[in-house]
Design a protein around this ligand. Structure first.
Ligand code: GDP
Ligand code: MG
Length: 370
């Protein structure tokens, strides 16, 4: 339930606070200007004062999205989105770099890949995979807590010379909680001290039963340093993706999730967005979290300007009015007014929430003193 500070409500109606408080009293509500009232009460007051009520809520956006139910024939298969997790120093960054570099060397134009927080590679058998370049459990959970579940497959990296460690277990729990399938990459197999069997046995104790132990979780022995097993890892991902039958409708208004965002000195606010459904195009009007904008340019993971980005494609989006946060959801809207209205509504709602939290603490402190 949404709430608003009495003072803020008066402020927004441009009415005197005392009059609003009095009106509330007449309705039998004894509140001060520093207390909050719920949205329904606020609506009554607003009407009482002869104003019009327009409630814009997040669900308006979601309604727009939900209204368009995808027809089965409109669904097309899309690349899987992969997040890499595991204990610190077990080689997450090294594996991501090794995969990216191997692919670039394998003949992609441009050579040096621009770093945009996510990238796509093609396996030898031709499957496209989208990697989130933000290893770390914090990113995974904060995205999830903001309602953006973007990951289809988790790569659990375990160093063969160190085996299962606290953050390995944490990663297992995150993947299980999110109901995302895992593939185990047993890394650093080039090291003399490597003991992949120990890794498998210890994973078993945490109910991760790999294929080598007659389970269903794929496990691949790799080395980010020598490149051993990396192609096999990519094919394991492709196989897992095939089982998941991931689909999206590229023909609808785009929705995506912000992977990262920053204020760029030259280009203004820039967000890396992973398109989840629909196709994002240059010129599209959108709302993203508390920000809005019009796509001025789209830049892919190779630093090239592109006209559009379909499902599972990561792109940099230029043309925002402000910097959104990682995990914010982007929705293309029909009109500029719609986008702005929703963004402003969200911004206000966030402010109200903070104010209400502040007011509650003050009240609590008062009560404690009394
Ligand atoms: P992260 O913390 O999981 O991202 O781990 P890093 O990728 O930063 O790797 C931690 C350390 O392990 C670095 O010194 C890497 O060079 C080293 N390392 C990563 N992968 C391998 C590997 O396959 N073999 C060996 N010998 N060292 C590795
Ligand atoms: Mg790292």
């Amino acid at each position: 339930p949404e709430a608003i500070l009495v003072s803020e409500l008066a402020n927004r109606m441009a009415e005197r606070v005392a009059d609003v408080v009095k009106s509330l009293m007449q309705m039998g509500m004894m509140v001060t200007q520093n207390q909050t009232i719920d949205a329904d009460t606020a609506e009554l007051i607003i009407e009482e004062f002869g104003h019009k009520v327009t409630r814009v809520s997040d669900s308006d956006v979601e309604d727009v999205i939900k209204e368009i139910e995808d027809k089965e024939e409109d669904l097309k298969s899309r690349p899987p989105v992969i997040t890499i997790m595991g204990h610190v120093d077990h080689g997450k960054t090294s594996i991501l770099d090794a995969i990216r570099n191997a692919r670039v060397v394998a003949g992609e134009a441009g050579g040096i890949t621009q770093h945009i927080g996510a990238y796509q590679v093609k396996t030898e058998s031709g499957t496209v995979l989208s990697f989130l370049d933000t290893p770390g459990h914090a990113a995974f959970t904060s995205m999830r807590s903001r309602g953006a579940q973007v990951t289809d497959i988790v790569i659990l990296v375990v160093a063969a010379d160190d085996s299962v460690m606290p953050q390995t277990i944490e990663a297992i729990n995150h993947a299980k909680a999110a109901n995302v399938p895992m593939i185990v990459a047993i890394n650093k197999c080039d090291k003399p001290a490597a003991d992949p069997m120990k890794v498998r046995a210890e994973l078993l104790q945490h109910e991760v039963i790999v294929e080598a132990m007659s389970g269903e979780v794929q496990d691949v022995e790799v080395s980010a340093h020598t490149g051993q097993g990396l192609e096999e890892l990519l094919e394991a991902i492709a196989l897992q993706a095939e089982i998941l039958e991931l689909k999206a409708n590229p023909a609808r208004a785009a929705q995506g999730a912000v992977i990262e965002a920053q204020l760029d000195v030259g280009r203004g606010p820039v967000a890396t967005v992973l398109v989840q459904t629909g196709t994002l195009r240059q010129g599209d009007i959108f709302v993203v979290g508390e920000q809005y904008g019009k796509v001025r340019a789209l830049i892919n993971d190779k630093g090239e300007r592109v006209e559009e980005a379909g499902p599972s494609v990561p792109v940099e989006v230029l043309g925002l009015n402000g910097t959104p946060e990682a995990g914010d959801v982007l929705n293309v809207t029909e009109t500029d007014a719609q986008a702005r209205e929703i963004a402003e509504y969200r911004e206000q709602a966030a402010k109200d929430k903070r104010a209400a939290a502040g007011a509650a603490t003050t009240l609590e402190q008062l009560m404690q003193k009394a």
